[in-house]
Ligand binder design. Structure first.
Ligand code: CDP
Length: 232
């Protein structure tokens, strides 16, 4: 029997630790990790820099034609950096100015079909962990393991506040709370593949789990879904 590789789809609300878990899983399994949210953030950064009026569908279509997104492996951080038209934009995509607009941009049909087509291509060889809002429902409905992550809202606010404070000490807790609430609302009520738990996704509430505890729990689920793993 040939070694089996699977697709792991992780969805959930803003800032509930999806990317932390996804990175750790990918490192452990020697899978690639793709942060689909970074793609929507990079597209938003392009729209902001080029003053694209994204309420105009024609302008959105023209702009998308000029956008190329790639993930480039960085052997210092052992992660992939997101490049927008060959520029490493990782340092800019988490700025509040991008966070304030990203959910509006991600709700646009043309933006989603552009990003989802690329995400589906990245999963062709399996051995991938991808996190986002529609990975188990729209990008990889066939994924062998689907997780839907959640955590107490105040836990999520404080985690994101601490993360942002490191690079921007002027950020306030209220600003972070407002942004997370707004994005969760837009992401779960939009028309195009809104955020919701896939019927076959496992719910993981990590409010009171340490990183190691959640990794151990999920690695056991991975084992159950991978009878003959490509890793030992
Ligand atoms: O890391 P955080 O939870 O703050 O969010 P993210 O994964 O960076 O995603 C930023 C935004 O992109 C989300 O709030 C969604 O509006 C959008 N997104 C999406 O629509 N679909 C995805 N698969 C991933 C992100």
């Amino acid at each position: 029997m040939s070694a089996q590789k699977i697709i792991i789809a992780i969805d959930g609300y803003s800032s509930c630790g999806k990317s932390t878990l996804a990175k750790e899983l990918a490192a452990k399994l020697k899978y690639s990790y793709i942060d689909s949210g970074a793609m929507y953030r990079a597209i938003t950064l392009y729209f902001l820099r080029h003053h694209i009026d994204y309420s105009d569908h024609g302008k959105v279509i023209d702009a998308i034609a000029n956008i190329n997104i790639s993930f480039v492996y960085n052997d210092q951080t052992l992660n992939s950096d997101i490049h927008l038209n060959d520029e490493d934009v990782a340092p800019y995509i988490r700025d509040m100015i991008v966070s304030e607009k990203v959910s509006e941009v991600a709700a646009i049909r043309e933006v989603r079909s552009f990003a989802v087509a690329q995400q589906k291509r990245m999963g062709r060889k399996k051995a991938i962990v991808m996190d986002g809002r529609d990975i188990g429902t729209a990008v990889f409905p066939e994924a062998e393991l689907k997780l839907f992550m959640t955590a107490d809202p105040e836990v999520r606010v404080m985690r994101r506040f601490k993360e942002m404070y490191e690079t921007n000490p002027r950020v306030t807790i209220d600003e972070v709370r407002h942004n997370l609430e707004l994005r969760d609302y837009i992401d779960s009520t939009r028309e195009e593949s809104p955020l919701h738990q896939a019927t076959d996704a496992i719910l993981l509430d990590n409010s009171s789990l340490t990183r190691d505890e959640q990794l151990e729990i999920v690695l056991n689920w991975v084992k159950e879904k991978t009878p003959n793993p490509a890793y030992k």
